[in-house]
Write a protein that binds this ligand. Structure first.
Ligand SMILES: [Zn+2]
Length: 108
């Protein structure tokens, strides 16, 4: 059985049901798949109705790893772009960037 979904890059794509994984986290759920065209990981929010329907057709399901639950950020605002522009004009922008980036020393 195939279903249609869409990828931000490629538009409409056709998937086999076995290519889709339903992921459940506290208070939210989404389904994800690897785009068959560009190979990006695509995530789509799943409503309660979507979850029931996906269960009914036998979609694979897993719980989200807490550290991998996507963080929803506020949309970029014009002020953010201005701040970035001003930061990039300084000589210390790279040090600021490094300080803002979480450490990957734990291998994660
Ligand atoms: Zn794609």
């Amino acid at each position: 059985m195939t279903v249609r979904s869409n990828c931000l890059v490629c538009g409409d794509v056709t998937l086999d049901l076995q290519d889709i994984v339903l992921v459940k986290a506290p208070g939210e759920a989404w389904y994800e798949f690897t785009c068959p065209q560009c190979r990006d990981l695509v995530r789509k929010p799943a409503s309660d109705r979507d979850v029931r329907m996906l269960h009914a057709v036998g979609i694979r399901c897993r719980d989200a790893h807490p550290e991998r639950i996507p963080t929803v950020h506020a949309p970029l605002q014009p002020e953010d772009v201005l701040k970035l522009h001003q930061l990039l004009e300084t000589d210390t922008w790279f040090d600021v960037l490094v300080a803002l980036t979480p450490s990957t020393a734990d291998g994660g």
